[in-house]
Design a protein around this ligand. Structure first.
Ligand SMILES: C[S@@+](CC[C@H](N)C(=O)[O-])C[C@H]1O[C@@H](n2cnc3c(N)ncnc32)[C@H](O)[C@@H]1O
Length: 249
């Protein structure tokens, strides 16, 4: 049985073509670790027209997704360990700790809004949590659902080859990751840092940790306000100064 099952409710199922088969997610699905089913909301809309949207009460431009097909779909698809998320720009932006919590759920049901959004009665009736992928407005929840699926699926055991590579990632421990380099050693006068070519594993690990902290301090100081810096980390940052100053955000 898959360790993560995702059911997507959408009026644009074709939007997921390609995405589901690509790269890590495609391999995880082929290996049966992650299962993603994309459902056309029209299947739960009443005959003969199977309309999933209607005009907004109170007037105004744009359509609203109707409550009945969404509630019927969730009630049919929801399993005992099911969790229902509504994609919306009105929630606090998604963070890695929340993604980690989602990846531990057995089943995620993701409701993709469109047009002016979703009839608000969906929220009290079936939604466990509202999810935004950032403080900006997309034209539909599909791209946001792909963000959630990608971020959660790669945390499912066995999807990313080396579990250790997840631990050092940006946001896994409230800081950013270190800069990366690969061949050639020099390109247009810019050299890869000598320590990375030294073969000295302990120094490489310390250098990477220090650079991750420098990057965090420079690019995302808000992350350090939350978690602080230990004396050990301060000493390491002093020992290994920042390699360069990345452009400010
Ligand atoms: C054009 S938006 C509706 C915006 C809504 N009228 C408002 O102002 O809050 C249509 C749909 O896109 C999705 N969406 C838009 N921005 C999003 C975001 N930042 N995160 C998650 N979903 C988003 C939601 O599912 C939403 O119902």
């Amino acid at each position: 049985m898959a360790s993560l099952r995702v059911d997507v409710l959408t009026t644009f199922p074709r939007a997921f073509d390609g995405f589901l088969d690509a790269s890590l997610l495609g391999k995880a699905r082929a290996a049966g670790i992650v299962e993603v089913r994309v459902h056309d909301l029209r299947a739960w809309a009443a005959e003969p027209q199977r309309r999933t949207d209607d005009y907004a009460y109170g007037g105004g431009p744009g359509m609203v997704l109707r409550v009945e097909p969404i509630v019927a779909a969730v009630e049919e698809l929801r399993q005992a360990d099911g969790w229902v998320g509504l994609l919306t720009p009105q929630a606090p932006p998604l963070t890695q700790p929340r993604v980690q919590a989602l990846a531990r759920r057995g089943q995620l049901i993701l409701i993709c809004g469109r047009y002016e959004g979703v009839d608000d009665r969906v929220r009290p009736l079936v939604v466990d949590e509202e999810i935004s992928v950032g403080d900006y407005v997309l034209s539909g929840g599909e791209a946001a659902a792909m963000v959630v699926i990608d971020a959660a699926a790669r945390l499912a055991p066995g999807v990313v080859g080396a579990a250790a590579s997840l631990q050092g990632e940006s946001h896994a421990a409230g800081r950013l990751s270190h800069p990366q380099f690969t061949r050639p050693e020099e390109f247009r006068g810019l050299r890869a840092p000598a320590v990375l070519l030294s073969g000295h594993h302990q120094r490489v690990a310390q250098w990477r940790r220090a650079q991750g902290l420098h990057r965090t301090q420079h690019l995302r100081p808000d992350l350090l306000v939350q978690r602080g810096l230990s004396n050990d980390e301060r000493a390491l940052m002093h020992q290994y100064p920042p390699i360069d100053t990345p452009p400010p955000p």
